[in-house]
Ligand binder design. Structure first.
Ligand code: GLC
Length: 756
């Protein structure tokens, strides 16, 4: 153990050295200047810090639930509002979450600005994750678009609507990398890959914040959950995270770094521990990495009661100890536990905490409030939201986002797009005429009534030309199978059947983990019964996570993963089914054959006995070792051919770059878009390397018969990783470069990085 302990210390020190190397190379200028700037605020901020009592300072580091009870009893609502106003007036709170509505928020803000001693405005945060009232596809679905520009537009629209409702700050983007679909919050992230996840994280930050944080349609963003929240043991939310430092830095931190480099204004500390140290008390990541190395100069908010949960973790003796640990680690604002305002004044008096730690946290919070214009313009135009909420333009972008997120997994016999001549379609399943679940998890103030169901969308697309005969068949979970026979009869009486199965919105999201990722309830029985009619058939999977659908994959000719597609679900599904749009989405996460394969992801290691037909190799005896559908996979209504792959050179000197290109041809008879992907493999490393790593992707539109050459540039930093000495660098040796339609297929060739 001693050796291991030394390794860990060396490991940490090396990590510090490694991150310093990065820091030095990439951000030394920014670091120094930001450190200097971070040490002082504006004259106003410094004057406020000088004038505030310790309790008033701790009030600024306290966030409270600010949601109004919506029951009919106006007296209760009024009393609740007066309670909150009293806390504001007394300077005991600096931020609320869960409060919506410009009138209500202006009312609270007026007390802060005009009645409290120092007139410091409140900052209002909310979970604006994939839309505010216009709800977009869940983030995992938007990641399937591999379209950062579209993701940015979607985030901007969310900001426009949320800001109009009085919100200043969103607890998004959630950028946790996840390779375990049992975890309910996989729905909320960008999938399994740090490269794709980083690009999308940055796009969301840009979309939420825009170019001017003081603009009326800008929303301060918050990258969460720092860090490695997506790697809980067993895929169980809040569970232990015990990973190597290499995995932490190679897989889980890059999207946070990308968010910081994109200018994210805040970060949120995670509930989980990381290798024995809870994130919310983890000075190494919260200060050494985040601030000293990456140059982050915003503020960190804890997750909900994560400060006092340090006691449950067995890391703090009591709430007072927890508060001191968290603020000292670098967590500036306490979300809802009240431990900061209850205990830190005594910690200062007892000499357990330096007042400068408090002042630094207050400075970061006040500088952020200043940077988003709250001191200059603290109120929201109460009429604004009427012009922007759920407007046609926003719905139009939600529809485009949904269309681009739907992954065509199978299309044998080209059942899709639906052909003219079909006169009767049986539309079957518990998600076919369903509004609530189409919104997915974390739907902010989205309303089920806003949702265009698949039944409505298909009806609108065909009018009277085609009969859409709906029959639910069964419930998503529970219930009985009595309705299946009726659904079979409707299918028999129709020309073909569309069966929509999957999950409720509540089956994914926070604390919504599943030990079984099969289709819930009797849905597979329903699919089998419809399949037995022999009618042409399409299955649409509406879920917040990858579901294991091996029987469906084997027997049903056409399958589309539609996720939870948001308010425009029905129109987007109809656009795909009737060929108004040719699907181009690609999986941002692997779909397993069954939960026993988990964790299963494309960027895995080779091992000394890679899976093969030889007996003594790494595989299961009861299921193939390959996934049902791999990362990056997605079909089109046309076909694409890959040819003429070449490299600009076969030897690369340090500091040089190399270009890799291939020709993509539309060999089908309809126009389409292909997301061409570039992967590398470092064949030999001083630490073992994954069999593939995504290092580029480009969308190409091609008419039937058209060809285009797509070129990627690889630099030395694309080849770099943290080697056995935890130095971030590329090691000389052979690399394989692949260009293809997903993480399995495509063309490969190799080159050598030569030593100095
Ligand atoms: C929740 C979530 C976090 C969210 C916060 C406020 O527990 O973990 O993602 O932003 O509390 O709702």
């Amino acid at each position: 153990m001693k050796l291991f302990a030394h390794f860990r210390v060396a490991n940490i020190c090396a990590m510090l050295a490694m991150t310093w190397v990065i820091g030095y190379q990439v951000t030394v200028a920014r670091c120094e200047s930001q450190k200097a700037a971070a040490a002082i605020g504006s004259k106003r901020v410094e004057a406020l810090i000088a004038a505030m009592s310790i309790d008033e300072k701790l009030g600024q580091l306290t966030q409270r639930p600010g949601g109004m009870r919506t029951d009919d009893n106006p007296e209760v609502a009024h009393a609740k509002r007066e309670d909150l106003k009293r806390e504001v007036r007394e300077g005991k709170v600096g931020s609320f979450l869960g409060a919506f509505g410009a009138e209500y928020i202006n009312d609270l803000q007026r007390v802060a600005v005009e009645e409290s001693k120092h007139g410091i405005p409140l900052i209002i945060g909310n979970d604006i994750i994939h839309g505010c009232r216009t709800i977009f596809p869940i983030p995992l679905a938007e990641a399937a678009s591999w379209d950062p520009a579209l993701v940015e537009r979607s985030a901007h629209i969310a900001a426009v609507e949320a800001a109009a409702m009085g919100t200043h700050w969103t607890f998004a983007p959630m950028v946790d990398i996840c390779r375990d679909p049992r975890w309910g919050r996989v729905a909320e992230g960008n999938g399994e890959d740090p490269y794709l996840g980083s690009i999308i994280a940055a796009a969301r930050v840009r979309g939420f914040q825009g170019d001017d944080l003081k603009a009326s349609d800008s929303l301060l963003a918050c990258a969460k959950h720092f860090a490695a929240y997506g790697a809980p043991e067993g895929g169980r939310d809040y569970n232990t995270v015990d990973i190597s430092m290499a995995t932490l830095f190679e897989v889980h931190l890059p999207p946070f770094r990308a968010a910081v480099d994109a200018g994210v204004g805040t970060m949120m500390s995670a509930f989980n521990e990381i290798n024995g140290v809870p994130a919310t008390a983890n000075r190494f990541i919260m200060t050494e990495v985040l601030r000293s190395q990456w140059g982050f100069d915003g503020f960190v908010v804890s997750d909900w009661t994560a400060v006092t949960e340090l006691v449950a973790h067995g890391y703090a003796r009591d709430d007072a100890h927890a508060a001191a640990l968290a603020i000292d680690a670098g967590v500036d604002m306490d979300m809802t536990s009240q431990a900061y305002r209850t205990h830190l004044a005594k910690a200062i008096d007892d000499g357990h905490l330096d007042i400068r730690t408090i002042d630094d946290a207050v400075r970061r919070v006040l500088k952020t409030k200043e940077s988003i214009g709250l001191f200059d313009d603290p109120y929201t135009d109460p009429e604004l939201h009427k012009k922007v909420i759920l407007c046609d333009e926003h719905r139009g972008v939600a529809r485009e986002s949904a269309r681009r997120s739907m992954v065509l997994l199978k299309n044998d016999g080209n059942v899709l797009p639906l052909k003219p001549g079909i006169k009767k379609i049986a539309l079957i399943g518990p998600l076919a005429d369903n509004q609530r679940d189409m919104l997915g998890t974390w739907a902010a103030i989205g309303k089920a009534e806003d949702v265009v169901t698949i039944r409505t969308g298909m009806g609108a697309a065909v009018g009277d030309e085609v009969a859409i005969n709906f029959e639910i068949g069964c419930q998503i979970e529970g219930g009985d199978v009595a309705g299946i026979q009726k659904a079979v009869e409707v299918a028999r009486a129709s020309d073909m059947a569309i069966v929509v199965v999957g999950e409720t919105a509540g089956m994914s999201g926070e604390a919504s983990c599943r030990s079984n990722i099969d289709l819930p309830g009797h849905q597979l029985e329903l699919v089998k019964a419809i399949h037995a009619t022999g009618k042409p058939m399409v299955v649409l999977v509406a879920s917040g996570r990858p579901l294991a659908i091996p029987w469906v994959a084997e027997h049903v000719p056409t399958i589309v993963q539609i996720w939870h597609p948001g308010v425009e679900a029905g129109h987007a599904v109809a656009d795909v089914l009737f060929g108004k749009v040719n699907p181009s989405a690609k999986l941002p996460i692997t779909i397993p054959r069954n939960v026993g394969q988990v964790p299963i992801y494309y960027a895995h290691k080779q091992t000394g006995r890679p899976p093969s037909d030889s007996f003594f190799t790494s595989k299961y005896s009861d299921v193939p070792w390959t996934p049902l559908y791999p990362f990056g996979f997605g079909l089109s209504y046309t076909k694409f051919g890959y040819s003429k792959m070449k490299l600009s050179q076969v030897k690369m000197k340090p500091g040089e770059s190399i270009t890799a290109s291939a020709t993509i041809t539309n060999t089908g008879d309809v126009a389409g878009e292909e997301i061409v992907q570039l992967y590398i493999r470092d064949l030999v490393g001083s630490r073992t390397r994954p069999v593939k790593q995504l290092r580029g992707f480009k969308r190409v539109s091609l008419a039937p018969g058209e060809s285009k050459t797509i070129t990627f540039t690889l630099t030395e930093s694309d080849l770099a990783y943290w080697d056995s000495n935890f130095e971030f660098k590329a090691e000389p040796g052979k690399f394989v470069v692949s260009i293809g339609p997903n993480s399995v297929d495509g063309m490969s060739t190799d080159f050598e990085l030569i030593a100095e």
